[in-house]
Design a protein around this ligand. Structure first.
Ligand code: FAD
Length: 413
């Protein structure tokens, strides 16, 4: 389709298709979604976001408005919305059966454009809901999903422990079945050592479960929390899927989490490019505008080539995931999505650092023309570790690629 320009006309401030370039990925419903979300965020989020940052939370009423206006179901689902969820509102009136990975990207991209720090408030939902949707029994889903999808309850995915982060197989928290078989007493290792002993439990706020917020430098809305489970009595019906498959469920959940981080990195990088370009077009030093200095244009060139390449790679992975089953997508693209997330972290770190320098002192002030760049550069390290750290994902990407290559070679013999 022919795309009319939308958003800023400054170079690299928007994805290429926003500026009128043709793209095979987007249709009328993506355009409709883009317009709806942009206006909705302007009307309902933009003026509150600073206050929410100070409070350290999106208040319940606002969170529930996200649900009423159709954001929570897509956030919980990623690139496809099951038809059973058609009864819930879906943003911009998009039909569940029409929703795809590019709707997911457009929705988040427009949210991040208006409120770059807000992602943290929804991370628990984005990474916690998919295993429930995919693996929990119909009874458990019927019991808990309505409250989650209407924004009455929030959730998180608690894997990392003080003694095990990258090394997920070695988590220590244990859960034992009671003699009558009706309860697990606290998550998560339900068997022996290693992955086969791991299960996934949904644990409501029962006696023995305590939480304490951990402050993160990246922004006030960070939902990172220290959770302890002490003799929590979890009904056996709250086991997600099958006992012993917790490690598999955890691993198969990462594609979307890592893509989601890439969405955020790309928009944050474009925001930096836009604000820095506005500044360099007007700031004069030594009798010239900054943009008139070749060295400044080189900086933009180096940033632009990385951001547009990241966007193109991200879109091709979204397309591939849209055309594969969940299982096949995890198998074929688990490594590639890990490498994409590494690239997203490297790009946002590079771009935000370069833009801080271009802004001069304004790049370090929390108010004024450099405020968004300052906030993004402060949060850039948060792209490097969560969701799999750089070293771990580089290694994973190569191991997965070799595994696929050996398999293909064997099949040819
Ligand atoms: C903002 C934020 C949000 C988070 N959200 C969640 C969440 O929602 N749920 C959750 O469960 N966890 C969450 N985490 C935790 C996060 O997933 C872990 O911090 C991450 O997986 C790394 O684990 P770790 O901190 O234990 O580091 P470690 O595993 O101890 O690693 C430390 C360093 O050593 C490197 N390293 C480790 N092993 C190797 C190796 N074999 N070879 C080479 N290098 C290696 C790593 O790359 C890393 O650089 C969050 C963390 C942050 C900061």
């Amino acid at each position: 389709m022919d795309h009319k320009p939308s958003g800023s006309t400054l170079p690299w401030a928007e994805p290429p298709w926003y500026t009128g370039h043709p793209s095979p990925y987007y249709n009328e419903s993506h355009v409709k979604l883009r317009g709806f979300v942009r206006k909705w965020v302007e009307d309902n989020v933009a003026e509150h976001v600073e206050e929410w940052e100070r409070q350290g939370i999106v208040p319940d009423e606002a969170y529930q408005k996200f649900a009423r206006d159709g954001f929570i179901v897509p956030m919980a689902c990623g690139n496809s919305i099951p038809k059973e969820f058609s009864n819930y509102p879906i943003v911009a009136g998009i039909k569940a059966e029409d929703w795809n990975g590019f709707h997911d990207l457009v929705m988040w991209d427009e949210i991040f454009r208006g409120a770059q720090s807000i992602s943290s408030a929804f991370v628990g939902l984005v990474v916690g809901a998919p295993p429930l949707k995919m693996y929990a029994s119909p009874t458990l889903q019927a019991r808990v999903l309505p409250e989650i999808l209407t924004g009455q309850k929030r959730m998180c995915l608690a894997i990392t422990e003080p003694s095990a982060g990258s090394d997920v197989k070695n988590i220590q928290t244990t859960a034992e079945k009671t003699a009558d078989g009706k309860y697990y007493i606290t998550t998560v290792r339900t068997g022996g050592p290693g992955p086969a002993g791991m299960s996934m439990l949904l644990i409501p706020r029962l006696p023995g479960l305590k939480t304490r917020k951990i402050e993160i430098g990246a922004g006030g809305m960070g939902a990172t929390t220290y959770v302890t489970f002490e003799d929590v009595k979890v009904p056996v019906e709250y086991l997600v899927g099958q006992e012993g498959l917790g490690f598999k469920y955890t691993m198969s959940n990462f594609n979307h989490e890592r893509l989601f981080m890439a969405f955020q990195a790309v928009r944050s990088a474009r925001t930096c490019l836009m604000d820095a370009m506005v500044w360099c077009l007007k700031r004069e030093t030594f009798g010239q505008k900054l943009i008139e200095q070749p060295v400044v244009r080189h900086k933009f060139g180096h940033m632009a080539r990385q951001v547009d390449a990241l966007q193109a790679w991200m879109e091709s992975i979204i397309y591939e995931l849209d055309h594969l089953s969940h299982a096949k997508g995890s198998q074929l693209l688990g490594g590639a999505t890990g490498l994409l997330k590494v690239q997203a972290g490297i790009v946002i770190k590079y771009v935000s650092d370069e833009c801080v320098k271009l802004m001069g002192g304004l790049g370090l002030t929390k108010t004024g023309q450099g405020a968004r760049i300052e906030a993004i550069s402060r949060g850039a390290n948060a792209f490097l570790v969560p969701g799999g750290s750089e070293d771990i994902l580089l290694d994973l990407g190569v191991r997965e690629a070799l595994k696929l290559s050996f398999k293909a070679e064997k099949a040819r013999l």
